[in-house]
Design a protein around this ligand. Structure first.
Ligand code: ADP
Ligand code: MG
Length: 262
C-alpha cells in the first residue's frame, strides 16, 4: 500500500486498445491492451527488446502506431478518427497533446549550458509562454520537491547522475502533466544513486500522479505499483496486482524473467 494522500479514481486516464507497431516488417507490438486509472502507478517489466520503450513512445506519439487506439483522458492520441480510419494529427495538435504527458528517459538529456533552474524553466516559458518570475518561483518549488534546492544554480556537469535525473523529473513536472511516463529512469545510474530517484518517484506517486513506469526495480513495483504488467515479444503476458504477480506468476515466461531480476 503506497498510502495515497489522493485516492486513485475509477476514471481510466490511459486506454490502450489493440495496439500494433511495425518497424518495416518487424512486428514489435502485437496487440497491446492496457488501461491505467487516474492516480494509478502502472509498472511495466519485461526482457530487453520486448517492446516496452516502443509502447511508452507510442503513448505520447513519439512513435506512430500501425493499428489500434491510444486514448489519454478520452482523447485519441496522435490521430483523428474519420469513418473508422485514423488520420495523423497536425504537428501542433501532437505538440499540444505531448505537453500534457511528461516523459523521463534513461538518459537525462538536460541542456548542458543551462543551470538546473534554467532547465526546469525552459519549457513553461518557451512552450507555454509563461512569465518569468512565476515560472522561476514554481521551478524552485519543484527543485525543492526533488531535494535539489541547493543545486538550482549548478550546471548538469556539476551534478551526479541521480541529481540530473531528479532535475529531469522536475523539468517534466514543470509542464503540469496529467500523466508521467518513465522509461528505465534508474538503469543508467550508479547503484548508490538509485534510491534518491526512486524516492522522488514514490513521493510523486503518493501525491496522486498517474504514472507508467518501465523499470527492473521490482521493490519499487511491489511498494508503489498498483499494477504490474509483464511484456514479452510484443504482447502482455500477464498483468495484475504487483504482489500477486511477483509471488505467484501465472506464466512460465514471467517466472523465468522474475527469477533473473529478483
Ligand atoms: P524494450 O524497451 O522492451 O527493450 P524496445 O521497444 O526498445 O524494447 O524494442 C522492441 C523491438 O523493436 C526491438 O527488437 C528493437 O530492436 C526494435 N526497435 C526499437 N526501436 C526501433 C526503431 N526505431 N527502428 C527499428 N526497430 C526498432
Ligand atoms: Mg527500453
Amino acid at each position: 500500500m503506497k498510502g495515497h494522500t489522493v485516492p486513485a479514481s475509477d476514471k481510466e486516464l490511459v486506454r490502450i486498445e489493440g495496439v500494433h507497431k511495425f518497424y518495416g516488417s518487424h512486428h514489435v507490438l502485437r496487440g497491446i491492451d492496457m488501461t491505467v486509472k487516474q492516480g494509478e502507478v502502472a509498472v511495466l517489466i519485461g526482457p530487453s527488446g520486448s517492446g516496452k520503450s516502443t509502447l511508452l513512445r507510442c503513448v505520447n506519439h513519439l512513435e506512430s502506431i500501425s493499428a489500434g487506439r491510444i486514448r489519454v483522458n478520452d482523447e485519441l492520441i496522435g490521430y483523428r478518427e474519420r469513418g473508422g480510419k485514423l488520420h495523423e494529427l497536425h504537428v501542433k495538435e501532437i505538440a499540444r497533446q505531448r505537453r500534457n504527458i511528461g516523459m523521463v528517459f534513461q538518459r537525462f538529456n538536460l541542456f548542458g549550458h543551462k543551470t538546473a533552474l534554467e532547465n526546469v524553466m525552459e519549457a513553461p516559458i518557451q512552450v507555454k509562454g509563461k512569465d518569468k518570475s512565476s515560472t522561476k518561483r514554481r521551478a524552485l518549488e519543484l527543485l525543492d520537491r526533488v531535494g535539489l534546492s541547493e543545486r538550482a544554480y549548478h550546471y548538469p556537469a556539476q551534478l551526479s547522475g541521480g541529481q540530473q535525473q531528479r532535475v529531469a523529473i522536475a523539468r517534466a513536472l514543470a509542464m503540469d502533466p496529467e500523466l508521467m511516463l518513465f522509461d528505465e529512469p534508474t538503469s543508467a545510474l550508479d547503484p548508490e544513486l538509485v534510491g534518491d530517484v526512486l524516492n522522488v518517484m514514490k513521493d510523486l506517486a503518493r501525491s496522486g500522479m498517474t504514472m507508467v513506469v518501465v523499470t527492473h526495480e521490482i521493490g519499487f513495483a511491489r511498494e508503489v505499483g498498483d499494477t504490474l504488467t509483464f511484456m514479452d515479444g510484443g504482447v502482455v503476458v500477464e498483468s495484475g496486482n504487483p504482489r500477486d504477480v511477483i509471488a505467484n506468476p501465472q506464466h512460465q515466461r514471467t517466472q523465468g524473467f522474475l527469477s533473473k531480476v529478483l
